[in-house]
Design a protein around this ligand. Sequence first.
Ligand code: KIV
Ligand code: ZN
Length: 500
Amino acid sequence: MDSNRVYIFDTTLRDGEQVPGCQLNTVEKIQVAKALESLGVDVIEAGFPVSSPGDFNSVIEISKAVTWPVICALTRAVEKDIDVAAEALRYARHKRIHTGIGTSDSHIRYKFNSTREEILERAVKAVKYARKYVDDVEFYAEDAGRTDNEFLARVVGAVIAAGATVVNIPDTTGYCLPAEYGAKIKYLCENVDNIDKAIISTHCHNDLGMATANTMAGLLNGARQCEVTINGVGERAGNTALEEIAMIIKSHNDIDLQTNINTSRIYPVSRMVSNLMNMPVQPNKAIVGKNAFAHSSGIHQDGVLKNVSTYEIIDPKDIGLDTNSIVLTARSGHAALKYRLETLGVKLPEDKLDKVYQDFLKLADKKKEICDDDILMLAGADRSHGQVVKVDWLQATSGIGMKPVASIGVDIAGEKFEAAATGNGPVDASINALRQIVKRQITINEYTIQGVSKGSDDCCKVHMQVEHEGRIFYGFAASTDIVTASIEAYVDCINKIHNI
Ligand code: KIV
Ligand code: ZN
């Protein structure tokens, strides 16, 4: 084993997918898993099989679809979880069970009402039990970030003796400071006798914005696996972003570490995950944000024009961002669309491709040039099924010196309805009109509009979070018309409410 090789463990499909509203179906998960394989990740955490039949099935299907990476399934330190995970992994060519338990005093006392000795015993028992099924067992010490180092070292030593091949030290709450987290990893390297028999893994959350810094501190102090997600998606403020770690390691010649990541796949995979999860990437996100390579100040532009190295530390091509990428137009054929999608890592079955091509032609009618983000958006999640409520037509008028007004025609399970209303703008008027037809109590908690590329003929994406009877629902739509996209995102939420 090369001592400087860092193993990339991607948990987009497990920790990332736990985010409300980001759930993927099995077909979408396979698409992401294959993209992760093309990116060169070493381990794919495919799910938590005991948590739902959907997760169980996804682990099975991902195991069949992927060849090189290790497929990992999460469990608690519970025999039933481990049995189910082993069953879900049966088709994986390389398999790992990821089991563990909370080790901080807070988890031991409040979550388990237990003692340190009992937790140590349960940890060892779970690892031994998992080893009956697979040779590769990873143990996580949940809330290790707030666990006393001496006790953590005892747990780590005991689980390695029980057969753990990887020991994961999660900063579950994102609390640690980089120096503190680095010191924790160093402490384990220096105080666990059998530490050379296992790989130490980092797993950092971003609650205080330190996930990447903490992961790097862990790697610089001896960890050789890091658990990351694409675009940093994950519960609350998210997990460490894969693209940040990969590019830090690639750009810093002063850090003697290597990964297997094919960085030129970063941008397409980032966009694919964002589109499938309906999770926009913030424009100033490091590496993959829309503005990451945009130099707007005069001084910066002048420097970059003289020599890009003045202000640019990464060549955009290194992450697969081709600023000269081919643009498609209304005259581009089916084959050109297929080729472009495959270049971006999206391989669709013929029937889905036909549907995307039809949508592409409609969009190309309204927008001169179709860029990569547009077609990735069109190829994203399939929202056509389960639509009880459909908008037949919508007319909204607004302007200076007039009251915005909208009228709408809606089809609900084959029955036609019409209504009109005013509002403080065309979106508000349209939603008020729809509310006269669909009389459910729905509160809009979040409403974001984002342009896909550029220009006044751009396509916009609308993300909406609504609340109905104490439950949260997410809607998404895209259109060159902001009022249409907004009302369709609202209707997407209504259909999800109908489907429960
Ligand atoms: O954050 C965490 O502690 C986790 C574990 C289940 C690995 O996600
Ligand atoms: Zn986590």
